[in-house]
Design a protein around this ligand. Sequence first.
Ligand code: SF4
Length: 329
Amino acid sequence: MSNTTLKKEKSNLLEIKNLKTYYPIKGGFLRKTVAHVKAVDDVSFEIKNGETLGLVGESGCGKSTTGRTILRLLEPTDGQILFEGKDITSLRGKSLREIRKDMQMVFQDPYASLNPMQMVGDVISEPIRNFSNKSQKSLKNEVMDLLKKVGLPEDAYYKYAHEFSGGQRQRIGIARALALRPKLIIADEPVSALDVSVQSQVLNLLKELQDEFDLTFLFIAHDLSVVKHMSDRIGVMYLGNIVEIADKENIYAEPMHPYTQALISAIPVPDPRKKSERIVLQGDVPSPVNPPSGCPFHPRCPHAMESCTTEKPVLKEVNPGHRVACHLY
Ligand code: SF4
């Protein structure tokens, strides 16, 4: 049985149902809410245990907000977040703190997420100290083990974040995220701030750690080649909505949504003999404060029809495991 088949049979670790995250815009003398930025607007998907779901889309499409809302770093406006079948949407206080042990984040900018005043040993052990009374000796042993697993030398323990390169800092960030042995890691553009030469090293490290620690990933990126390398399934976001979601193979071989088709057509083809026709989209992404009526993609879609301006297409299964939000299907 293939790995993919095995993964399909696994249960859901995370289920997101009709998630909305709106940011209020205040205005006027009384600072009343005058409008909302609809950063995430009715998003649903699931991630199985051990799987990597890639979330891709242009900047500002709501993918990072989706990740942060799942971790409850942002308050959802509506919808449900189920983790191992448990509704965590409205958890507060101690129960929220407990569930956060199982869900960690790897950030885009490792430097900004590491305390420059702390030794790396303290940075990595901090989450463990927050959740246990382990002795200094056992904490140190755990950190040394984590440093080894992320490919850093033991003496990194006594250094500070500024003494490391970007790739090494990201390794520190990964070690910190692993410290509590989470089940889910939300990696938000984890390599986009790194030199191209070290990107693949960090991506390969994440893959190795996924096997070793039995991790499930939500992998957020704007670069389709990076997402392809990492993911089992891919969700494409546009203006706060998921417009297509499918297995990696299907999405790249047979993109169905016109927006996905345009994104994939823009990936450089390494073989110059192969001709690919690039679909150039007209106009810019509209404002999420005042999204277009009907299909949010209709002002830029080369296939837009009359119904697209009035009716919002729902995400529906077109082929097994392949869901698309488009009136063409
Ligand atoms: Fe284009 Fe209409 Fe499909 Fe939207 S619903 S992607 S506008 S064809």
